[in-house]
Design a protein around this ligand. Structure first.
Ligand SMILES: O=C1O[C@H](COP(=O)(O)O)[C@@H](O)[C@H](O)[C@H]1O
Length: 269
């Protein structure tokens, strides 16, 4: 019998985006409580796109020790926060402006400097918090999205940054999805996280998810790494991988995969 809290890979399928938001709220609160109990802080990095809206339930969650949270970005578009494309602006509007998190615990990427410099500055921020000698930072949780092309954070199919092994944070100026200039966490950082959680909703993600969960029958929820789909490369090496889907996004998944979905009740941690 599946024990989701112990499984390395977990699938959650909710009937609606509202029920998925509730589940995410419960799970993230439980994970934060566990991290704070163990290490005194909760380090989480968030993505942009459709994700921030799915996290809006956290704004009204009870008992959250916001002063122990440190919020980072998985990636950011190189635009000012006044631009609607800014991921941090969306995250602030939907969540951070509504909760008592200290301003110094919100780690935005620099604006108004060249992308290369913004990436170097963000890596320096991570080194200051996680320890400069660490081979790689270990986030408690990374909340990722995925585009229909399989990109995650700002790691795109076929892009040279998929091979980056030394830097924690990198920049690109040729993103196939606008805007072209972006900053992103690299795969070594993503793979080092304790929990990597993907959130995907809507019909537009169904075909991609069919490809992500393409392991031969009998191999359960295994996500087979496929260089053409960067989201499949974002697997934690010794942590947990969780895919949170609504039923529209999950509609093309094989039945044997759907049968392994975790319960929506309670929390994973
Ligand atoms: O451009 C981006 O896209 C991905 C996926 O966005 P979604 O709207 O399809 O969920 C997002 O995760 C990433 O942070 C963002 O920069």
């Amino acid at each position: 019998m599946l024990n989701p809290s112990a499984a390395a890979q977990v699938l959650v399928v909710a009937p609606t985006t509202a029920t998925l938001t509730d589940k995410l709220t419960r799970d993230i609160c439980a994970l934060a409580e566990r991290a704070i109990g163990a290490r005194g802080v909760f380090t989480i990095a968030l993505s942009g796109g459709s994700l921030p809206k799915m996290l809006s339930g956290l704004a009204t969650a009870e008992g959250v020790e916001w002063d122990k949270w440190h919020v980072f970005l998985c990636d950011e578009r190189c635009v000012p926060e006044s631009d609607p494309e800014s991921s941090m602006a969306t995250i602030r509007a939907l969540l951070l402006s509504k909760v008592p998190i200290p301003a110094s615990h919100v780690h935005a990427m620099a604006q108004g400097v060249p992308p290369e410099e913004a990436a170097a500055q963000y890596e320096a921020q991570l080194r200051a918090l996680f320890g400069g000698d660490a081979p790689v930072p270990r986030f408690d949780a990374l909340m990722l999205g995925c585009g229909p092309d399989g990109h995650t954070a700002s790691l795109f199919p076929g892009h040279a940054l998929l091979g980056e092994r030394a830097r924690w944070v990198a920049h690109l100026t040729d993103s196939p999805k606008p805007p072209p200039a972006r900053i992103t966490l690299t795969l070594p950082v993503i793979r080092a996280a304790r929990v990597v959680a993907f959130v995907a909703t809507g019909d537009g993600k169904a075909a991609l998810l069919r490809r992500v969960f393409a392991a031969p029958e009998g191999r359960g929820l295994e996500v087979v790494e496929d260089a053409a789909l960067p989201c499949t490369l974002a697997k934690p090496s010794s942590g947990q991988l969780v895919w949170y889907l609504d039923s529209a996004a999950a509609q093309a998944l094989p039945m044997d995969v759907m049968d392994l979905a975790a319960s929506l009740h309670g929390s994973l941690w």
